[in-house]
Design a protein around this ligand. Structure first.
Ligand SMILES: *[C@@H]1O[C@H](CO)[C@@H](O)[C@H](O)[C@H]1NC(C)=O
Ligand SMILES: *[C@@H]1O[C@H](CO)[C@@H](O)[C@H](O)[C@H]1NC(C)=O
Ligand SMILES: *[C@@H]1O[C@H](CO)[C@@H](O)[C@H](O)[C@H]1NC(C)=O
Ligand SMILES: *[C@@H]1O[C@H](CO)[C@@H](O)[C@H](O)[C@H]1NC(C)=O
Ligand SMILES: *[C@@H]1O[C@H](CO)[C@@H](O)[C@H](O)[C@H]1NC(C)=O
Length: 414
């Protein structure tokens, strides 16, 4: 037992001693020139690919010589414009646009469902609510509140409005929406509503401030800004977007949107190369529907609100379920500018990566071309100080410690 332990300790000592010996040696790779046309062609081809990749993709396309900044500070202001005539009613922005502050989320309603004249009282529960159907009072539990339902049960079973069947009576805002709802036709004019989007961004690292409205335009004429409509090709600087244009670019059917409502993302992308003048830094816009549509029933966008009034001293309300388009304005940005440090790092990476060529070619040479092991013999030759026959085998080397530990440093472990 202790013999073996001793052997291990001495072996370790030998290794460490050996290591410190070779620490002071200089190592240099030997260059071997292989006169093989196939290998030469492969080598140059791989080298060409690697160099092209770095020059074309890394440096020119990805601009690896630049210092970059993403996530600029951004501010968005929006305003909805347009007027809709709805029967005798005129709808202006106050009625259809929400919220009125104009942040990066703005919605316009497209279709409304009214429940008129609701007041606190008792009435029949909607028949599709679980356990709402009943035949006698004992089917209804007094005081029970079902979150899928509309209110608190009174314990009575009553006729469902003017229908023949019965449901439990509840205390709530009555009559319930499902029974009394009046659906309005959609606001088709909304397709021509416009949303004005003003976006300013700031890259703090480069101290660059940009906006999506050309300053010259702003000073020159406010009328232009009031009348123009954005179009990718003809009016790229106009910040007024027609809802029809947005829906179209998001590949949505406006008629269908009026029915279900929807959330559309307006993406403003800033990609700035600050090696050029900052005036070249312009936004591009893209549009995509954001509410998931895998499950058709759950997509869409609506919200409810109520208008309250006093009728004969009783507080009453008109409940409105509004379907609409909500626009979420999402700003992405990045800027890049020449800087020596990324340039050096990328250049060094590129030069190092050229070394990949020899690894690949070595592998090809040793695996496919070196049939009679000419190259591998040459490639891995070993130079040892002592003649071959004096090299002890590992086993004899270690076992010799047991009896003889006077000289460890001369052994060459393999
Ligand atoms: C309640 O009764 C009505 C009318 O008979 C029926 O249409 C409805 O599906 C029933 N509701 C439930 C939850 O069973
Ligand atoms: C219930 O009354 C409304 C009007 O109050 C009417 O439109 C509807 O047809 C009636 N339903 C039945 C089943 O009688
Ligand atoms: C929208 O505007 C276009 C042109 O200004 C007009 O032809 C079209 O009828 C309008 N659509 C609606 C629904 O008002
Ligand atoms: C849009 O949807 C409506 C109804 O869903 C359909 O009648 C109409 O043809 C659709 N329009 C387009 C351009 O697909
Ligand atoms: C131990 O080493 C010495 C000198 O290096 C040698 O003379 C001697 O024979 C060795 N002993 C054994 C047992 O190998």
């Amino acid at each position: 037992m202790s013999e073996a332990f001793y052997t291990i300790v001495m072996g370790l000592r030998g290794f460490i001693k050996e290591y410190f010996h070779s620490f002071w040696d200089y190592e240099t790779p030997k260059v071997m020139v292989v006169k093989n046309r196939t290998l030469g062609v492969i080598y140059r081809a791989v080298q060409f690919l690697v160099i092209t990749y770095f020059i074309w993709y890394v440096f020119i396309s990805q601009k690896a010589y630049q210092e970059t900044e993403s996530r600029p500070d951004s501010s968005v202001y929006t305003r909805m414009k347009g007027t809709a005539v709805h029967g005798d009613d005129i709808l202006d922005t106050v009625e259809y646009a929400r919220p009125s502050e104009g942040g990066d989320v703005i919605s316009t309603l497209l279709r409304r469902e009214f429940t008129y004249d609701q007041r606190q009282g008792t009435c029949a529960e909607y028949f599709n609510v679980p356990n709402a159907n009943c035949t006698t009072d004992s089917d209804c539990v007094e005081g029970e509140v079902d979150f899928e339902g509309h209110g608190r049960r009174t314990g009575r079973c009553i006729q469902y409005y003017n229908h023949t069947f019965k449901t439990c009576e509840i205390q709530s805002w009555c009559p319930i929406e499902e029974y009394a709802v009046v659906r309005e036709p959609p606001l088709v004019e909304a397709i021509n509503f416009t949303v004005f989007i003003r976006n300013s961004i700031h890259f703090p690292k480069f101290k660059v401030l940009r906006g999506n409205i050309k300053r010259a335009d702003y000073r020159k004429t406010k009328r232009y800004l009031n009348k123009c409509h954005y179009h990718e090709d003809t009016e790229p600087y106009c910040p007024n977007f027609r809802l029809g244009y947005i829906a179209n670019k998001a590949r949505e059917n406006f008629t269908e949107l009026c029915r279900t409502g929807g959330v559309i993302g307006v993406f403003i992308n800033w990609d700035c190369n600050l090696d050029l003048d900052p005036s070249h830094c312009k936004p591009t816009y893209s549009f995509r529907r954001l509410d998931l549509r895998k499950d058709e029933d759950n997509s869409g966008y609506y919200y409810r609100f109520a208008k309250y009034y006093n009728k004969n001293g009783v507080e009453s309300r008109t409940l409105i379920k509004a379907y609409g388009i909500r626009l979420d304005i999402i700003v992405h940005g990045q800027a890049g500018k020449f800087s020596p440090i990324p340039t050096i790092i990328s250049t060094v990476t590129a030069l190092t990566s050229v070394g990949i060529c020899s690894i690949i070619c070595d592998w090809i040479m040793l695996t496919f071309i070196d049939k009679n092991e000419v190259y591998s013999d040459r490639k891995f030759d070993e130079v040892i100080k002592e003649p071959i026959e004096h090299i002890p085998t590992e086993l004899s080397y270690i076992s010799s410690f047991g009896s003889n530990h006077s000289d460890l440093s001369e052994g060459v472990p393999l």
